[in-house]
Design a protein. Structure first.
Length: 286
């Protein structure tokens, strides 16, 4: 009898000694994240949070991983919990602001960047990202002020932005902050003959393409996932190089009215501008 009891105790001890702690899962998750294995990192951080849900760094880093995978709505939920646990953590406001910007919540993004700077008046990354937002909103003076501060605080990439601020050459730009008209043409945006024309924005043509796609919502009211496939389809344009412009192709992933996952290719030009419209069977941000 005594022998059996000892055996049971040894088995139980073996189980306990092999148990993973929240810290173990966190460290393993961060290792996966550093190696670029973000999905695996998220799953390990899930386990860490299940075991100990009051560590703000676990919520924050899971939010970062989700944001890097363009799962910005989920990222914001994690950042919200991070702020609940540590409201003075400046980096979370910076990254929540960026996720909000990708969801076309520009006012919310600005508030978060402001909060990050309020917590640290020398926070160079916050000035730079707020400058990008101001530039996107076509508020050049405010953008340039932030770029100069970012450069002064050590952000090397702000140097090019400061040079742009000092450039007196006038270039026509177009700001895309909302979509108000819906196309009734089923070929609009889905064929190379009838592309969406977003023009060049304050942050450049590709930024305008992303601004347009960020404003679109699927039949479920959800954001689209998109990936640039490359350029194609030359056409004549006064704004193109030597009279020739190219289109960019984006593969968008979305769900239809029945909730079925679908993919389509959208053709977009930033060489020319016509007021962008909402694609057929799609919606925009409310």
């Amino acid at each position: 009898m005594k022998k059996q009891i000892i055996t049971v105790v040894l088995v139980l001890f073996g189980v306990i000694s092999n148990a993973q702690t929240a810290e173990d899962y966190y460290n393993q998750g961060m290792e996966k994240a550093y190696n670029g294995e973000l999905e695996k990192a998220i799953k390990l951080l899930d386990k860490s949070i299940e075991l100990k849900n009051d560590e703000y760094v676990a919520w924050y880093n899971r939010g970062m991983a989700k944001g890097m995978l363009d799962r910005n709505e989920e990222a914001i939920e994690d950042f919200n919990q991070t702020i609940f646990l540590n409201p003075d953590y400046k980096k979370v406001y910076l990254n929540r602001g960026t996720s909000k910007k990708y969801l076309a919540d520009y006012e919310g993004a600005l508030q978060d960047y402001n909060m990050a700077i309020k917590l640290d008046s020398l926070f160079a990354d916050a000035y730079y990202n707020r400058g990008l937002l101001y530039q996107m909103l076509n508020k050049k003076d405010l953008a340039c002020t932030d770029f100069n501060k970012a450069l002064g605080f050590g952000i090397k990439q702000a140097e090019r932005k400061v040079e742009e601020c000092n450039d007196t050459t006038t270039i026509e730009t177009f700001v895309i902050l909302e979509l108000t008209e819906k196309s009734e043409d089923k070929t609009y945006g889905f064929t190379e003959e009838n592309p969406v024309k977003v023009g060049k924005g304050p942050n450049g043509g590709p930024a305008n393409q992303r601004a347009y796609l960020n404003l679109l919502r699927d039949a479920q009211g959800k954001v689209l996932k998109y990936e640039r496939l490359g350029s194609c389809c030359s056409y004549k344009s006064e704004n193109g190089f030597m009279g020739i412009a190219m289109l960019d192709k984006y593969e968008v992933t979305f769900r239809n009215e029945k909730g079925k996952k679908k993919k389509k290719v959208v053709y977009i030009s930033f060489y020319d501008y016509e007021t962008p419209k909402i694609l057929v069977d799609f919606n925009t941000i409310e």
